[in-house]
Design a protein around this ligand. Structure first.
Ligand code: UDX
Ligand code: ADP
Length: 456
């Protein structure tokens, strides 16, 4: 029986391993983590992350061929294949601070693997890493006269939160990079066989290690760039009375451009886009490539501009003062169907509103706990209210910051009637029926469409 160990029971490691366990009953999968609370949560009815469809898969496989453990060493020792799926956040200190990836958790894992392994192993990079990380890891793994052979592969994860289970079950592609050596190719084939259990072979792409590592950063940079591109156009739309939805539809039907990731918004969030682009910027700079670095940095600058522009628009439309005004925030997660708030635009939007002395009420169906942790410094100015109707009571404005489907189905007449007048609605996700809201009586702003106002 093939034994897999995954180090890191987070947003990537947990769902990915649950899917492998489901699809490959002959493979034993153990997920280990130093965070004992997290491991206990994976074994309980209350999983540590919210992901549609995940509960069912964990229920089906837990104790059959999926195990969670905080005994990292045992997990490593027993495994033939070790996936490393630990966090690689942006460095906050020293050289490359604010840009480069912090590889300390990765390196600690590599050292642990070397320390406790007594048999040959395939090491799979799942975490997003700078290109050529495998080279450094191989040096760590093979330092000294350890007789054990480690073969490093890169198998970046392309799943998106909220749709992780569907993405894992029917991925556009799986990418596996390995060395062009006999042992490298053999290891690569071992991993290809696992994925080929449920993924058509033509979708399992193989590449050299460095291409696989760089492809992950590049994919996220391209996706984020599309969001920043349409957001840049949204600002121009508001200045010219063009409608960003119509522009996106018109360009998206060009098969060379395609319709996805053209939805203008308050900006992209999530643990990947900003971190990966900054990592790419740092890599370009460290290879002396200033113009490519500046090109990609602009995608992040554009995103910050879009968040700031949203708050400025709120302020200017609300008669240039929001001091003391109650503002209801609908949605704090960085996107729908997740409780994750990492790099959520809502964080910066709330900070900027608080700087204008607004009274903020945050509502979100999944992200309230994380939201509370994100803004401890605003305790005086922020309330948390799960029920959106109660959050909106007496508010001068509602701002939609996350595209939760439930916000489409609310009774906006009831919300309007309970608000201070004139009642503003700022749709940061362009997801509501703006004409219907306007007819109820709202002052309605949406990204790339501007303000519909009764106050001429
Ligand atoms: C992303 C990549 O999609 C995934 O392949 C990679 O493995 C990890 O990073 P994720 O961060 O989970 O996944 O979310 P994604 O769906 O890509 O959305 C990122 C952000 O962009 C969200 O804040 C989302 O609201 C925003 N977005 C996305 C837009 O504003 N407009 C769009 O058209 C699409
Ligand atoms: P991602 O979104 O990439 O999955 P997370 O932060 O959700 O990132 O998960 C990473 C997990 O890796 C965390 O639960 C963390 O405790 C775990 N981790 C970090 N370093 C180690 C280590 N040296 N050994 C085991 N687990 C680790």
């Amino acid at each position: 029986m093939t034994k897999i160990c995954c180090i890191g029971a987070g947003y990537v490691g947990g769902p990915t391993m649950a899917m492998i366990a489901k699809k490959c009953p002959d493979v034993q999968v153990t997920v280990v983590d130093i965070n004992e609370k997290r491991i206990a949560a994976w074994q309980s009815d209350e999983l540590p992350i919210y992901e549609p469809g995940l509960d069912e898969v964990v229920k089906e496989t837990l104790g059959r061929n999926l195990f969670f453990s905080s005994d990292v060493d045992q997990g490593i020792r027993d495994a033939d294949i070790i996936f490393v799926s630990v966090n690689t956040p942006t460095k906050t200190f020293g050289e490359g601070a604010g840009y480069a990836s912090d590889l300390q958790y990765w390196e600690l894992c590599a050292r642990r693997i070397k320390e406790v392994s007594t048999s040959d192993k395939i090491i799979v990079e799942k975490s997003t890493l700078p290109v050529r990380t495998a080279e450094a890891m191989e040096r760590v793994l093979h330092a000294g006269d350890n007789p054990v052979h480690f073969e490093v592969l890169s198998n970046p994860e392309f799943l998106a939160e909220g749709t992780a289970m569907a993405d894992l079950e029917h991925p556009d592609r799986v990418l596996i990079g390995g060395h062009n050596t006999a042992t490298g190719q053999q290891a690569l084939q071992t991993l290809v066989e696992i994925y080929a259990t449920w993924i058509p072979r033509e979708r399992v792409l193989t590449a050299n290690l460095w291409s696989a590592e760089l492809s992950k950063l590049t994919a996220n940079a391209f996706l984020a760039q599309r969001v920043s591109s349409i957001n840049a156009i949204s600002a121009l739309c508001e200045a010219t009375e063009a409608d960003v939805g119509e522009v996106a539809r018109a360009i998206g039907t060009d098969s060379r451009i395609g319709p996805k990731f053209l939805h203008a918004s308050i900006g992209f969030g999530g643990s990947c886009f900003k971190k990966d682009i900054l990592n790419l910027v740092y890599l370009c700079e460290s290879y002396g490539l200033q113009e490519p670095a500046d090109y990609w940095r602009q995608v992040v600058i554009m995103n910050e501009y879009q968040e700031a522009r949203f708050v400025k628009t709120m302020l200017h439309n609300m008669f240039n003062t929001i001091a003391g005004k109650r503002i209801a925030i609908f949605g704090f997660a960085f996107k729908a169907d997740t409780g994750d708030t990492r790099e959520s635009p809502a964080i910066n939007v709330c900070r900027a509103l608080a700087a204008e002395h607004a009274q903020i009420v945050v509502s979100d169906p999944q992200a309230m706990e994380n939201a509370k942790l994100d803004l401890p410094e605003l305790a005086d100015q922020i309330e948390f209210e799960a029920d959106p109707y109660r959050a909106a009571e007496g508010a001068h404005a509602v701002a939609i910051l996350t595209d939760w489907t439930l916000y489409k189905g609310l009774d906006y007449q009831r919300i309007y009637d309970s608000m201070s007048q004139p009642a503003f609605l700022f749709d940061g996700r362009n997801m509501l029926d703006h004409q219907a809201l306007f007819e109820i009586g709202f002052e309605v702003y949406s990204i790339g469409k501007g303000l519909k106002t009764h106050l001429k």
